[in-house]
Design a protein around this ligand. Structure first.
Ligand SMILES: Cc1ncc(COP(=O)(O)O)c(C=O)c1O
Length: 426
């Protein structure tokens, strides 16, 4: 038996597999788990209650329940949901979109797989690439290209502040120069807020990227899984929701309470939406109806956005303040830097004096029951790595991503243990 190149690539070990395995697998023996690893969002009571109410009214409403479970939706997604999403964004932000600009996918992870392979790989005899202009980037992208070596990236710039925080910045000139000298780039992609760092690209950075995409006639893919207007896990105040014809905006219902239901939403120009729907048909026939059915009324009358603004955002803001407090307390006196927590459900800590790699440190912490994600997985797409060298960024093997959405006491214990081990290994 032999797997194809495609099969081998997609079934090999990957960072995202490791991370999802770490979420699901129990630790050996009697090791107490402090799960600061994977991207599981928190359970938020008010959000769960809202979905429960919606489900109850659905069950009580004649045959609506049977009606939705017994039919496939269209390959582009549930038509009434698509129209609701379009009219919501038209009404609230004045975006010039209709149902032809919206598609549903079985989770936004799936949407990214479609989009990345739509715009990179062999195209009329040229191997097109996908440019990630702000490394480190989301671990879940690293292995999504069907062909090898189609993902390229540029290291972020970094600004350090006196309070031991730092922020990644886009090197707009470097991105422009790269695009000018690499006509094979088929699309640019960013996460906003960024997983892993919690960075939020400013409006001016996004506008600069969108202008560069336009002038090179390629799309800018913006993964808005944590962004505006829902789930709104953004604490920075210089970020507006943004869409135009050059942007492909990916959204998700996962971080607003529905990770298990797998609903992604794409907003883009109609040719791209048509392609995504056609890919859905080939790969999955149709998209799941459950998320759209639960969320449609809540999007239409604004309840989902209200929940995002008034419940979800303050909930995670509170968690972010807590983890920053724990880090400042337990790392006091050590050489550490914390990325400004501007959004997402993660914090990103840079440990310059670490004597071992972040991967080795992750293994050490795992034995203490502290599950983290080491930074190496978030740096991909460099020429150096093809030659077996490390990624050219000083943070490459010196950072950890920590999910702070879990139980406060476990997060505190986790930070205390990490700081203790850091003292030992620096
Ligand atoms: C940045 C980012 N994009 C996309 C996803 C995928 O989300 P889903 O497929 O659940 O919509 C995640 C999940 O953690 C994420 O962090």
């Amino acid at each position: 038996m032999e797997f194809s190149d495609f099969g081998t690539k997609l079934s090999s070990h990957s960072g995202i597999l490791q991370l999802m395995d770490d979420i699901a697998k129990p630790l050996p023996g009697n090791v107490k788990s402090r799960p600061l690893g994977g991207g599981n969002p928190a359970r938020v009571k008010e959000v769960e209650e809202a979905y429960r109410r919606e489900m109850e009214s659905l069950l009580e409403d004649g045959e609506r329940f049977e009606d939705f479970i017994a039919h496939y939706d269209s390959p582009h997604g549930r038509v009434s949901f698509i129209n609701t999403v379009a009219s919501f964004f038209r009404r609230k932000y004045g975006w010039n979109i209709t149902g032809d600009n919206v598609a549903v996918t079985n989770g936004s992870q799936m949407a990214m797989f479609y989009l990345f392979n739509l715009f990179s790989g062999m195209t009329g005899g040229v191997r097109k690439t996908l440019l990630f202009p702000l490394m480190p980037e989301y671990i879940g992208y690293a292995d999504q290209g069907i062909e090898n070596d189609t993902f390229v990236s540029l290291p972020s710039k970094c600004e350090y502040y006196e309070d031991r925080t730092f922020k990644y910045l886009l090197d707009v000139d470097a991105v422009g120069k790269y695009l000018d000298s690499h006509p094979e780039v088929g699309a640019i992609a960013v996460t906003r807020p960024t997983n892993p760092s919690g960075n939020v690209l400013t409006d001016s950075e996004i506008n600069a990227l969108s202008a560069l995409a336009r002038s090179h006639s390629i799309p800018l893919i913006v993964d808005n899984a944590y962004g505006l207007p829902f789930p709104d896990i953004i604490f920075a105040d210089n970020a507006e929701p943004v869409w135009n014809e050059d942007i492909v905006l990916s959204m998700s219902l996962s971080k607003i309470g529905l990770p298990s239901i797998r609903t992604g939403i794409i907003i883009a120009r109609p040719e791209i939406i048509k392609a995504v729907g056609n890919m859905n048909a080939i790969i999955a026939l149709a998209t799941g109806s459950f998320g759209p059915v639960l969320a449609e009324r809540m999007i239409s009358d604004g309840e989902l956005v209200q929940l995002a603004e008034n419940v979800v955002q303050p909930f995670y803001k509170g968690k972010a303040v807590k983890i920053e407090g724990y880090i400042r307390k337990y790392f006091e006196g050590t050489d550490y830097y914390l990325h400004r927590i501007e959004g997402s459900i993660f914090c990103w800590i840079y440990l310059p004096s670490l004597k071992v790699s972040a991967l080795e440190f992750y293994e050490i912490l795992m034995k203490d029951g502290v599950i983290t994600v080491p930074s190496e997985y978030f740096f991909f797409g460099s020429e150096d790595q093809k030659k077996g060298l490390p990624y050219p960024h000083p943070h490459y093997d010196k950072c950890l991503r920590l999910n702070y959405s879990g139980d406060d006491e476990l997060v505190r214990e986790g930070i205390e243990i990490i700081s203790r081990r850091y003292r030992e290994y620096s």
